[in-house]
Design a protein around this ligand. Sequence first.
Ligand code: HEM
Ligand code: HEM
Length: 583
Amino acid sequence: MNNSLFGESGIQITVFLVIIPILAGLLIAIVKTYAVYQRLKSRRKLLEFEKKVKHLSPQEVEQYEKRRKELEYHLPENQLSGNLAPSDEKGIISNINSIEELRVIPHKKSTFPQKYISPELSKLILYFLGFSVLWLLVGTTVGEYLGIKFVAPDTDHVSWLSFGRLRPVHTNLVFWGWSSFAMVGLSYYVIPRVSNIEVFNLKLGYYTLILMNLAVISGTVSLMAGINNGGGEYREYIWPVMALFAAGIVLSLYNFLKTVALRVTKEIYVSNWYIVAAMMYVIVILVVAYLPFWQHGLGETIIQGYYMHQGVGMWFMFLNLGLMYYFLPQQLNRPIYSYSLGILAFWTQILFYTLIGSHHFIFSAIPWWMQTVAIVASVGMVIPVVAGTTNFLLTFNGNWYQLKTSYTLPFYFISILFYFTGSMQGTVEAFRFTNLIWHFTDFTVAHSHMTMYGIITFMLWAFIYTLVPRLTGKEPPKFWVGIHFWLALIGLTFYIVSLMIGSTEKGLIWMAKKPFIEGVVTMAPYWLWRAIGGTMMWISHFVFAYNFYKMVNSEVEIKIPASPAEILQAKKELRNTEFSHPK
Ligand code: HEM
Ligand code: HEM
């Protein structure tokens, strides 16, 4: 059986896809370790240099001063160029023409004055991001507890903390809390920025913030109290709760549409296409999922499939892609590789993603042809995913060396790789053979975290680390950003690899019609590994929260001069004239 298993293309592709981010992680580890080694070497050299500098004799200082002055010498304007009449006492210039302006390069066009982000908007964005961090901590603390429950099921017997209630608390908090808050907050930066105007109405942003918070808080409490929407996954919040969330999104959508309409740029930059479309989609999805008319029998099942994958694909993925089209080029300081490829990915994602919902119910009672359409559309997803991945990786081209020193780019790189591997792994999971083994097992949980965590969460971290220092002028401690990255990545690898292996074994046990309990016993060590991986991810979120705090806190940093130049400068400022006027 095992041999024939590895002969299946779906399984082979999955193994290949899972290995890609692991290899990429190893590659980044090697590059980073080498950079650390180089830094240690330079630090040793610097120490030696500092020792030398301390013992410089007055003659040596004098010599350096002389040389510095020589190097700093600039020809006065009238000796080389400028508007003054040429005068050349030293005979350096010859054959001067009477050129008054440069002939080869055309005049630089005057551009619109850049309206940089106002402190008021900055504050709103930081509120959104602050709440997103809070909901990440709360939501994944619940996830961590759920992971522990798999290893120690009798941890508690309180109804409010039962697995059945806490599971949707976790999923809804990370969906409508963490991810959605961060996405809307970041959109408040991108939409006006690429439209080159101020945001239409700040107050609407605050209303959205309040409504979304009300939804998440009341939703969490009601779920824990056992009040829920029954049925479908990710729509466990009762309708009044979800209505609050939707109202918040409608207000910001109106705000964004007005901002885009009033833009002073000619084109609508591709980011805004994605962001505005994602906000329209999430409202459609919520309305379809909550209207009561078709919530019975098979219709309900089909709506559930539609809702789940439209939620992840047309809200989380679509909006994040829009943000990526803005933040990646900004971070690399170069334009996106291909604008047209971005538009191709946009339309093909709309075409295929909206048809794949029924792949959640392969072999169910819904019509066979509908399942086949969903599988075909899942394969069609190769087009937007490959277009997007290629576009992003080619934008990286020529700037790979920055991975070594940048603390944000590893987040971008890993999330782009997961975008490819997580989505393509989803495609093969929709195949009939693989779905037969995996559907009822923990494999889907591995896929969910590979995508919602590997893609969405890593992307959001990349964007937050890029943007917040620009808003506050404060960088996070690099060391702790590194710890955050590695704990999250290694933890996620443990999480998904263990669940994938365990659930494949479990699926095969079920297919061999062995007793159910055998599958549970087989999974036990894998659940332990998931709990270990989950704990690493969970700790990394507190490190992230600390880094976020360092980026936004208003304390003034005390900097102790370290380099020779800084020490010399400090000495000068203390009116010690020993260096500038050696005796
Ligand atoms: C090419 C793109 C993708 C395809 C073809 C795909 C395919 C699938 C399939 C077949 C399942 C259902 C497994 C089952 O129940 O048997 C699934 C579940 C899921 N996928 Fe994807 N996936 C894709 C991308 C994504 C992305 C980008 C995300 C998140 C951003 C995501 C999040 C999820 C989640 C959360 C579930 C679990 C749903 C549940 O609880 O049943 N997927 N996916
Ligand atoms: C400390 C980090 C995390 C841990 C330990 C964790 C743990 C868990 C656990 C134990 C489950 C229940 C699985 C089951 O029913 O078998 C779960 C479900 C889920 N979690 Fe997480 N999680 C974490 C972070 C996240 C994040 C950040 C996201 C999304 C942004 C996320 C999205 C999901 C989704 C979509 C499901 C439903 C899975 C499915 O039905 O396929 N998790 N998580």
